[in-house]
Design a protein around this ligand. Structure first.
Ligand code: HEC
Length: 132
C-alpha cells in the first residue's frame, strides 16, 4: 500500500477512537440516587404497612392508631420541608438505629434487627413517595 492510500484508513480509525472517548458521563452520576423501581416501592409499602403505620399513619402524617400514646408524636413524614431537610442516609439511619440512636425519641424503636438493608432501603424509597 502506498503511504498516501493509508490516510483514509488512519482518519477513520482516529475518528472512531475519538468518538469512543466522547461518551459523556453525566456530572451527577456519582451522587444522584438511582430511580426507585416498582419492586422497591411495593416492598417498601408492605414494610411500612406492617411495621410503621400503627404510629406513623397510612400516609405518614404521624396519625397512626398508636400515635396518641406517643410523646412526642411521630412527625409528619410527608411534610415537604422535612423531606427536603433529610437525606436518604438520614432516614435510613433513623430507621436502622431508632430514635435513641440518632438523638430522637426512644419511642421510635431501632429496626436494624428486624429489617434487612434491602427492606430499609425500600421503606426509605416508600417514605420518599409519601411527600406531599
Ligand atoms: C411505636 C411507634 C413507632 C413505630 C412503630 C415506628 N415509628 Fe418511626 N418514629 C416514631 C416516633 C415517636 C418518632 C419521632 C421521634 C422524635 O421526633 O423524637 C419517629 C421517627 C421516625 C423517623 C425520623 C424522623 C426524623 O425526625 O428524622 C423516621 C424516618 C421514622 N420514624 C420512620 C419509621 C419507619 C420507616 C417505621 C417502620 C419500619 C417506623 N418509623 C416505625 C414512632 C414510631
Amino acid at each position: 500500500m502506498r503511504p498516501l492510500m493509508a490516510w483514509p484508513a488512519i482518519c477513520l480509525i482516529a475518528t472512531m477512537l475519538a468518538a469512543g472517548c466522547r461518551h459523556p458521563v453525566p456530572a451527577h452520576a456519582a451522587v444522584a440516587p438511582p430511580r426507585p423501581t416498582q419492586y422497591q416501592l411495593r416492598l417498601g409499602r408492605s414494610v411500612f404497612a406492617a411495621y410503621c403505620v400503627p404510629c406513623h399513619g397510612d400516609a405518614g402524617a404521624g396519625d397512626g392508631s398508636n400515635s396518641f400514646n406517643l410523646d412526642p408524636h411521630p412527625r409528619d413524614l410527608a411534610d415537604p420541608a422535612f423531606q427536603k431537610a433529610k437525606t436518604n442516609a438520614d432516614l435510613a439511619d433513623a430507621i436502622r438505629r431508632g430514635g435513641a440512636g440518632v438523638g430522637l425519641s426512644s419511642l421510635m424503636q431501632p429496626w436494624g434487627h428486624t429489617l434487612n438493608d434491602r427492606q430499609i432501603g425500600a421503606v426509605v424509597v416508600y417514605v420518599r413517595s409519601l411527600k406531599r
